[in-house]
Structure formats: C-alpha cells, structure tokens
Design a protein around this ligand. Structure first.
Ligand code: FBP
Length: 258
C-alpha cells in the first residue's frame, strides 16, 4: 500500500461514479470531463486516483498513482446487488495501475460471487506485487443499516480476513465506534469512504477528523471534492486534517482562503 501513502497516510480521489450512479446523478458540465478530475488529482496532491479501465485507458497521464477498479455495476438493476469483474489484474497493470480495487457488497445474496472473485484478484495482484483494495459496502435486504458500528466493523474485519491490503468503509458517525472498526481491520489499512456531498464543509471535516482520530490511514473521496465549488481548496483542507493532524477550524479557514 506504500505506493499510495505519504508519511503513512493517504488521500485517494475516486472517479467511478459516472458508471456506478450515472452521469446525470453526480456530474455537471465541468466534472463530467475526466481531464478536469485528473487535473484536481495532480494539483490537489492526491496520493492515488481510482478509475475504471475505460477512463484509465483514454485519459490517465501517469502523474498520480493509479488504482484501477476491477469490477463495477450500474445502478439500474433492481434486487440484490452484484458487481462482477470487468477488468483483469494484467490489464490494469498494462494501463499503469499500481494497485487494484474491487467492491464487495457484504450481506448481499450474491456476496459469495464477489468474495470468490476478490480472492482470485487478490492472489493475482500479490503475485504481481500490487496491493488489493476492497471497497466493502454492506448492502442488500439483509442489511438494515450500513453505517451501524457492528456492520462497519464486520466489513473491516472481513477485509482483513480476505487478504485486502486496505479497505474502504463508511464512517460510523463517531470516532469511538470507528476506532473499533479500525481495530477489527488489524494490519489492513482503513480508508474512510466519502459519500454524497455533505450539507456543510464542517460536517464533512468532522467525519474525516473523526476517522483519522480513530486511526484510519486516510480518505477515499470523490463527490465531496469534485462537486465542491473549490475542489483544490477542499483538497488543501483535507490534507491539513489527514497529513498534518490539523483541526477542523484550520481546515475551514483553508477552504475559504483567497
Ligand atoms: P464518493 O466519495 O463520491 O462517495 O466516492 C467513493 C465511492 O466509493 C466511489 O468509489 C463509488 O462510486 C461510490 O462511492 C459508491 O457509492 P454508493 O455508496 O452510492 O454505491
């Protein structure tokens, strides 16, 4: 995972939402353009960039370490969620990936399919010396609350046990409960997942600060950065919290600074 860390911490920019949610759900005229996001990744000094293979193939410029997402799905099908593999580890490497990502909907009626695919991917990635990062999102009929502390900790622990080098999990809402999830992940690094754009910057900063205080390695974020009016100021504010352990107030100053 060291490829994606700076002084042991990481800040990953995710840009797979056009596929996962559809362009009309998340994008405007600006952030629909992958070049705009690549620019934010470079200028915002992100430690990693997450793309599906199509965007990696046509836009990736080699300037920020790349994680290729190996599975994906649209949000059109109904029923239990299943995201299957659409890119091999080999292909990801040929696109310049230094890590691979895979989403597992833990608790879905189809979780076994995703667990099996991830198992093979993890072995292939490790043979090639790449970290395997698992987005572990509890989801489906059986999951009543995907941010309940015990569910998030379960996701984190599953990540450790299936051999993920890092897990991307949702915030539980409080540092003490998130700390348990970080403990459950053991030697697997924990990244907090950004989620939909927060109502206020302060709300988002308090989640990031809470996760970092709880021992997270970093943040994997998309919408809260590239849907922000000032993505680069947002990136500076997040760097302050993640890499310098800065306070929420300091982050707030940075996001409005001229
Ligand atoms: P965001 O910060 O925009 O939430 O991005 C993180 C991410 O994990 C993306 O990689 C992924 O597309 C999205 O969240 C999944 O969102 P959802 O929880 O709606 O499936």
């Amino acid at each position: 995972m060291n490829n994606f860390l700076r002084n042991g911490k990481g800040m990953l920019l995710a840009y797979d939402q056009g596929f996962e949610h559809g362009p009309s759900a998340d994008f405007n005229d600006k952030n629909i353009d992958p070049n705009h996001i690549l620019d934010i990744a470079v200028k915002g000094e992100f430690t990693g960039l997450v793309l599906h293979k199509g965007i990696a193939e046509k836009y990736y410029n080699g300037k920020v370490p790349l994680i290729v997402k190996l599975n994906g799905k649209t949000n059109l099908p109904r029923g239990e969620p299943l995201s299957t593999q659409i890119c091999s580890v080999e292909q990801a490497i040929s696109l310049g990936a230094r890590g691979v990502g895979y989403t597992i909907y833990l608790g879905s009626a189809h979780e076994s399919v995703m667990l099996q695919e991830f198992g093979e991917i993890q072995e292939d990635a490790h043979e090639e010396g790449l970290p395997a990062i698992a987005w572990i999102y509890p989801r489906g009929e059986a999951v009543k609350n995907d941010t309940a502390p015990e569910i998030v900790a379960y996701a984190a622990r599953a990540g450790l046990e299936i051999g993920a080098d890092a897990v991307k999990i949702k915030y539980t809402g409080a540092p003490d409960t998130f700390q348990w999830a970080v403990k459950a992940a053991g030697a697997t690094k924990v990244f907090m997942s950004g989620g939909p754009k927060a109502q206020t910057d302060e709300t988002f900063f308090s989640q990031v600060k809470g996760a970092m205080d709880a021992g997270a390695t970093g943040l994997a974020v998309g919408r809260n950065v590239w849907q922000h009016q000032e993505p680069l100021k947002m990136a500076s504010a997040l760097k302050e919290i993640i890499f310098s352990g800065g306070a929420i107030q300091k982050a707030l100053q940075l996001v409005v600074a001229q």
